[in-house]
Design a protein around this ligand. Sequence first.
Ligand SMILES: [Zn+2]
Length: 472
Amino acid sequence: MYVYLCFDVEDLVHPDSDDISRDIAHMLADDGVVASMYVVGEKARLWERRGRWDVIAAVAQHDVGLHTDHHSVHPTVSEYLADKGWDDGLAAALCQEGPGVADLARLFGQYPSAWATSGSSWAPQIPAATRRLGIPANVYAHVRADHHGVCWYAGQLCYGDYIGIRGGEGTCCDDAAFEAALPDLLARVAEAAGRGQTCLGLFCAHPTRLRYTAFWDALNFFRGENTPESEYRFAPRRSDEEYATGLRNLRRMIAAVQALPDVTIITTRRLNALFAAEDGPVAWSALAGLAEAVRGSEGIAAGYLVASLEWVSAATALDLLARALVRLAAGAPPAYLLARPVLGPADLAPELPKSFLMSRRAFVALCDDLAQEIGATGQLPTAVMLDKVPLGPGPLLRACAAAFLDWERTHDGALVEIAPAPGEPNIAAELAQTGIYDKLPHWPPHRPDLRLDLLAYHTRLQSWSLRPARLR
Ligand SMILES: [Zn+2]
């Protein structure tokens, strides 16, 4: 199992928190350990303004990711996306997170290897936007496809699973507490490796919390408050001795995890490169299996489908089968089709009131339009129009699967039935529950009236793009 070492470098309030990241970075580098340091864009700019080139150089020895552009300063990520649709949300995320990407690349001489969620401030537009910004992964993602710790969602590689020592930094700063907690941490890492998980984040520390006993943002950015810099409240500070204990136990914790059998320590950057890309060839001979999986499932199966040995999302399945029908109609089908990454739709299509039949020739023309639209936008359309009747991706996917099987297997099917079908994959509601409703209200900085319905709506729609990620 690959284990990546996570540090959230985020304190925008205490100036002397800068030294902590430097101390950790040097300590780990001395041990030959390369960690993943997720740095807030504004934190990096503070270092630059304060002339802390020693800190920047120390951290640059490690893998650097973006821990959002401004973390808990309002509006946070969920807050600025809460009232957005898909396209305007994507534009807002590009605008808000883009400067952090550019500043990290400029200051650390490396492009961010990941975008790491701050607290629970997440939205489904983030994976798509960060991919467009050239960031290859999301860490602490709110979505899961299975139990391997990583999936594709909204066009982005999303790492979901991470664990840390119970009691966090407070435990590290206390020898007795650390001794008591370490065996439990090692047992949980070993258990994840034992059940065949591909990768796991080891949450090592918020560097600031090795020095301060409270979170900088809970004191100053609680429940929607933006405290001006001149009125910052400061947290109680640990003694130098406690701080030294914290560093020493952090080092011991990483060494102990590294020594576990079946654990390989890796950076997020290197891990990203081990996963097969979302697009890849799918053998024509596997398409019948894909169509069978669509036809044989209740509703829209768990968000992804098996085609031969590959996983494809429900959105990519629709794209593949629509294009396969177009190729069949043109004669001489190819040996392979290229699976394309396809985002979920921007909106939910109206329900189809009842079934109807249409000629196969007209259906193929509809599939051609659909495939061309997907090719142009990289996204499922909300619906394609047929004589003023909007047909959403649910009915289209089921119709494509049935038409493909009829044509390939029985050379039958002059008519294609379009029947009502769910507008979203079966996993959609669960993703919205665990990814939005269970998490967002519990982060202390989030404003108490944070709106969740649109975030949940787009989380559901993007479940069309969900699938497990597979090592190359
Ligand atoms: Zn954070």
